[in-house]
Design a protein around this ligand. Structure first.
Ligand SMILES: [Mg+2]
Length: 319
């Protein structure tokens, strides 16, 4: 565990607020086609009908994990039931925007302690199903065991398995979580942190993901749509990060989220994934205040200050 400094807490909040800003930014363009990133701004949610700046399921499910973490739940033991319980409470609130795979799992669960098993059975019947719904909410997992690759990997895989047990979904969450952890601790660059994460996978799998990331850096943008598949979603988010690299932290952070929306299709999720990554690297204080001030959503109309407090509580409970 790193020493808890003001900067570390700002970056921890940054992974949550980056997710929320990216999510809210993309919500105005969900399932639309490609567009010029420079024109992307906060608009009303076109699936949710919510006002500009309101987050969707990507942040809501992140909060399902984060609230359990802030309460001190361990993601590696029974604390996972607290996460599953938050997911079911959220699902019962009839959110307008729920991913297909997540909906199929949650509607079959009558109790939170059966979610892992329900998801496993779903995967047996649909062996190729690998949506992006666990990657979109994984940034917060990094705050659980800061600096401990082994425990973070196990936690990332376990939280993914609640709804997305496919190996690609689990490993995507591991890569993002481990790279974000290093960003939050102020170790390495956004690129070297991904190299570190890749090296923790079994050799063949690490090579496979390296090839996928390398491909994403130069492929025609049209190849990154549709992006509901977790591999394509990670590639689209990575491309957004690489394509907008800048010496200015604030420019990189915002332009990456705008680029992600500009790719098109699952805009809120790709932008949330990119925002969680770079928000954790640069910190919440780099985010545009006029965008963070507009943030809000389930549960109970939380806003940016609540997200910041929850992130700080999660870090203080981190072991
Ligand atoms: Mg969404």
């Amino acid at each position: 565990m790193s020493q808890i400094t003001h900067e570390l807490l700002d970056r921890a909040a940054g992974t949550i607020l980056g997710c929320a800003v990216g999510d809210a930014l993309g919500a105005g363009y969900e399932f639309e086609g490609p567009r010029d990133p420079a024109t992307v701004t906060m608009r009303p949610g076109n699936l949710t009908g919510r006002p500009p700046g309101k987050w969707t399921d990507d942040t809501e499910m992140t909060l399902g994990v984060l609230m359990a973490q802030a309460d001190g739940a361990s993601l590696l033991d029974d604390g996972i039931v607290a996460v599953a319980s938050n997911f079911l409470t959220w699902f019962d609130s009839r959110p307008p925007d729920v991913g297909n795979q997540t909906r199929q799992i949650l509607r079959q669960c009558t109790r939170p302690d059966e979610m892992l098993e329900v998801a496993e059975k779903f995967q047996e019947l649909s062996p190729n199903a690998a949506g992006n719904g666990s990657l979109m909410r994984t940034g917060t997992v990094a705050l659980s065991y800061l600096g401990n690759d082994h425990l973070l990997s196990e936690a990332a895989k376990r939280v993914s398995r609640l709804t997305h047990p496919h190996i690609d979904a689990q490993e995507a969450c591991v890569l993002w979580t481990l790279a974000i952890d290093r960003g939050v601790r102020g170790v390495g660059s956004w690129r070297t942190n991904m190299n570190h994460a890749l090296a923790t996978l079994p050799e063949e799998r690490g090579q496979l993901w390296l090839n996928r990331l390398t491909e994403a850096e130069s492929v025609h943008l049209g190849e990154l749509r549709p992006n509901g598949w977790v591999v394509r979603a990670l590639q689209a988010a990575w491309r957004s990060i690489v394509a907008t690299a800048s010496d200015s932290a604030a420019d990189h952070l915002h332009e990456a989220m705008q680029f992600a929306v500009g790719i098109g299709d699952d805009t809120d999720t790709i932008s949330a994934i990119a925002g969680a990554y770079l928000g954790g690297h640069y910190g919440a204080s780099e985010l545009r205040p006029d965008w963070t001030e507009q943030l809000g959503g389930w549960p109970d109309g939380l806003g940016s200050n609540d997200l910041r407090s929850l992130a700080e509580q999660a870090v203080r409970k981190s072991s």
